[in-house]
Design a protein around this ligand. Structure first.
Ligand code: TPP
Ligand code: MG
Length: 333
């Protein structure tokens, strides 16, 4: 009996290995950024996705470049999961001309329309209306594309969620709402600012809802598969509340400006354990199922680390944007 409560109904071994690889890629990119920002290696702040990888990866694995995602200030994981190029992402975060937005957007604006990535977004819940617009366009195109909004538990308290749920249901849009409830909005626990269950907010709009363990990659894959199928078949929106935990600070370096701590270290440590952390938990499962032996996992870590190191070298060796181009690309491509 597996110790992880994973119930795998329809994923092949190859699917499972691909999901693990992507989750690891996100984790290693984020670990690098967490370290590099300490030395002021790039301008601006970073909000890391560590501990939430099991949400974006299994959903985006079922999407095509022609499907849309819109994300948050914590957007690197969504970008990578949807197939964004990590060299271009690193270069963007390092503020280099080879970045996916020419180095002018930075961490909170990684976007690549060719990959269906409308973008990370520094405005809490700011991506919601954009995703609904993309869902309307997808519906009018009649090619079966879907649109996903990833948003936090804090963003769930913004009024635009009601507007987005309302119109998505009324117009039967191919929308997938994914609330990543990581238990914190900046330095405030969700219980202090959020009444009721977030997933219940979709029910009055007759939107089918999943309330799941967001650290269980297979649960998330299955809920996503239902949501994507509904969107593609013109059956309308689906809502997923994925419960997870923000392992890092709201923003890296927050301890330099906070006057008091807002959570116990023991709580953070609990969520880093191999029965809670989505990546470690998944690796335990891979070993239990004999999909990998320990050496394979170590080899994967090395391979992915090399990939990340290469992306970082690419960013470091790229030039900064020419100041002459500062006002270009605001509107036109
Ligand atoms: C409209 C708006 N209000 C406030 C902020 C400041 N702010 C940035 S992130 C954040 C908390 C967001 O929490 P949540 O939606 O749970 O996302 P998480 O950081 O947990 O991923 C706040 C209040 C903002 N960027 N935009
Ligand atoms: Mg949150």
């Amino acid at each position: 009996m597996p110790t992880n409560n994973f119930i795998n109904k329809n994923l092949s071994d190859e699917d499972i290995k691909r999901l693990h690889r992507k989750m690891l890629l996100i984790r290693k990119c984020e670990e690098h950024l967490g370290e590099a920002t300490k030395n002021g290696a790039f301008p601006g702040a970073v909000h890391l996705y560590i501990g939430q990888e099991a949400i974006a990866v299994p959903l985006c694995d079922q999407l095509e470049d022609t499907d849309w995602i819109s994300s948050t200030h914590r957007g690197h994981g969504h970008f990578i999961a949807k197939g964004g190029d990590i060299k271009q992402m690193m270069a963007e975060i390092y503020g280099k001309s080879t970045g996916v937005c020419g180095g002018k957007g930075g961490s909170m604006h990684v976007a690549d329309f060719k990959k269906g990535i409308i973008g990370a977004n520094g405005v809490v819940a700011g991506g919601m209306g954009l995703a609904v617009g993309a869902a309307l366009a997808a519906k009018m195109d009649k090619k079966g594309a879907v649109s996903v909004i990833f948003f936090g538990d804090g963003a769930a308290n913004q009024g635009v969620l009601m507007e987005a749920l309302n119109i998505s249901s009324l117009w039967n849009l191919p929308m997938i709402f994914v609330c990543e409830n990581n238990q914190y909005s900046e330095f405030t626990h969700t219980s202090e600012v959020t009444s009721g269950k977030i997933s219940d907010r979709a029910r009055p709009f007759n939107i089918p809802t999943h309330d799941i363990d967001g650290n269980n990659v297979i649960d998330m894959w299955q809920a996503s598969s239902h949501a994507v199928r509904r969107g593609r078949n013109n059956e309308g929106p689906t809502f997923i509340e994925a419960h997870t935990y923000r392992q890092r600070g709201h923003v890296e370096f927050e301890y330099t400006f906070l006057s008091r701590s807002y959570r116990d270290q023991s709580e953070v440590d609990l969520w880093k354990r191999d029965d809670k952390d989505p990546l470690l938990r998944f690796e335990k499962y891979l070993l239990e199922q004999s999909l990998y032996i320990k050496n394979d996992i170590e080899r994967m870590h090395k391979e992915i680390q090399d990939e990340v190191d290469e992306a970082v070298s690419f960013a470091l060796n790229s030039s900064e944007p020419d100041p002459e181009t500062a006002i270009l690309h605001m509107i036109e491509e």
